[in-house]
Design a protein around this ligand. Structure first.
Ligand SMILES: N=c1c2ncn([C@@H]3O[C@H](COP(=O)(O)OP(=O)(O)OP(=O)(O)O)[C@@H](O)[C@H]3O)c2ncn1[C@@H]1O[C@H](COP(=O)(O)O)[C@@H](O)[C@H]1O
Length: 103
C-alpha cells in the first residue's frame, strides 16, 4: 500500500493535477511539507493518548505526509527498505546508552 501511494504521489509531482491536495503541497514547497509532517506527528502523539481509531487515522495522515516528503527529496522507498533491512538483527546495545551508563 505504501508503495502504491508513493507511486501516486510521485505521479502528482511529475504530472500536477488540478484540485489535488498533493499537487498543492508540491506547489507550496519543502517548508510547507515539513510543517505538515511536524503537525501530523504532533497529532499522532495526541491521538495515542485518546482512542485507537484516532491513532490509526492520524498515523495514516503522518505516513502520507512522510511519503510526500520522501518524493520531494527524491528518496525512494527502496532506500528506506535498505536502511531498515541493514538494521534487522543488529541488536542496539542498550548498555552503551549515555543514560544507562549514568544510572
Ligand atoms: N492519503 C492521502 C491523504 N492523507 C491525508 N491527506 C490530506 O491531508 C490533509 C490533512 O488535513 P489537515 O486538516 O491537516 O490539512 P488542511 O487544513 O486540509 O490543509 P493545510 O492548509 O493545513 O495544508 C487533508 O486535506 C487530507 O485530505 C491526503 N491526501 C491525499 N492522499 C492520497 O494521495 C493520493 C493522491 O491524492 P490527491 O492529493 O487527491 O491527488 C490519493 O491516493 C489520496 O488518497
Amino acid at each position: 500500500m505504501l508503495e502504491k501511494l508513493y507511486n501516486e504521489i510521485e505521479e502528482r509531482k511529475n504530472d500536477p493535477k488540478e484540485g489535488s491536495y498533493t499537487t498543492y503541497l508540491f506547489d507550496k514547497g519543502l517548508d510547507k511539507i515539513l510543517k505538515k509532517v511536524g503537525e501530523e506527528a504532533t497529532e499522532v502523539v495526541i491521538a495515542a493518548k485518546n482512542d485507537k481509531e484516532e491513532l490509526v487515522s492520524e498515523t495514516s495522515d503522518l505516513l502520507y505526509h512522510l511519503l510526500v516528503l520522501l518524493v520531494e527529496k527524491n528518496i525512494t522507498l527502496d532506500e528506506i527498505n535498505q536502511e531498515l533491512d541493514s538494521r534487522v538483527g543488529k541488536k542496539s546495545k542498550i548498555s552503551d546508552r549515555k543514560e544507562i551508563k549514568e544510572y
